[in-house]
Design a protein around this ligand. Sequence first.
Ligand SMILES: [Mn+2]
Length: 308
Amino acid sequence: MSFINSNLDLISTQMRLGTGRLGDSGSFPRLVESGLLEKLENKGFSLTCHEVNTPPVTESEIYASHDHLKYLAPIMEVDKALEQEVYSSLQKGHLPFTIGGDHALAIGTLSGLLNYCQENNEKPFVVWFDAHTDINTAKGTLSGNVHGIPLAVAIGYDQDIFPSFYQKEQYLDPSALHYVGIRSVDDFEQNVVEQHSIPNHPMSALKQLGDEWPKVVVEQIVTEFEKSKATRLHLSFDLDGVDPSFAPSVFTDVPDGVPLPQALEFVTRLKEALPLKSGDFVEFDPGLDDNNNTGLKAALAVLDTILD
Ligand SMILES: [Mn+2]
């Protein structure tokens, strides 16, 4: 185990309201049933599990709290609880890792991280492995699905809608963010990414780099990490960044993604280069898996690599 910190706080939510869907994803129970916790304990982690439940919601509440963002109030409730879990884990000097659920959870997990960093004079660097940039705003999003907006909130947009999360002094610095695997971007999001010059290795760039890309991209991330004077690395891993042939069980699949072995190599190299201090794993939905449990196997392989 390459973690200096072996106190792992596994925070879980099965929320999928951020995709516009009701009900629990069943993700964490499925992973536990497949031996995830034993595996982590066998690696030497001192493990504590913290579950955040999704409040009961009915379809009639879809636009009850916002005229365009779906299920906003219950999502914010979950995110407030996650923010607190991540923050207190960091305060204890533990390693918080959040398993979703959908990517709307990052509104809370990044807020907890940024609160902690501001109080302790630290600066986070976020690697966002994903098929999507997740940087829409309430006005920019066409779908109204909150899992498409967490990074916009983190860098300071829509503060009137999410007033209780970030404070002005503690937004995420867009230059301390790096996208990997992107291949589905709305025009609105493309403008935001360009306007803030967010470092980005979309799928097209990875293909141009060829098989060497994990090494090259990690080297660049290290340079940016140092240049931005960051002090801690957070990896937000969306399973839909991986090609759907390896990971079919995601909410929003996009073809032509990162082959699973390359995704694992990237994570391994990243962790060798910079110690991972916190993270998220999102968008795995066992209900969408095939008969061979291909998605479950991919999810377990990714978690096994990140938490190693
Ligand atoms: Mn995502």
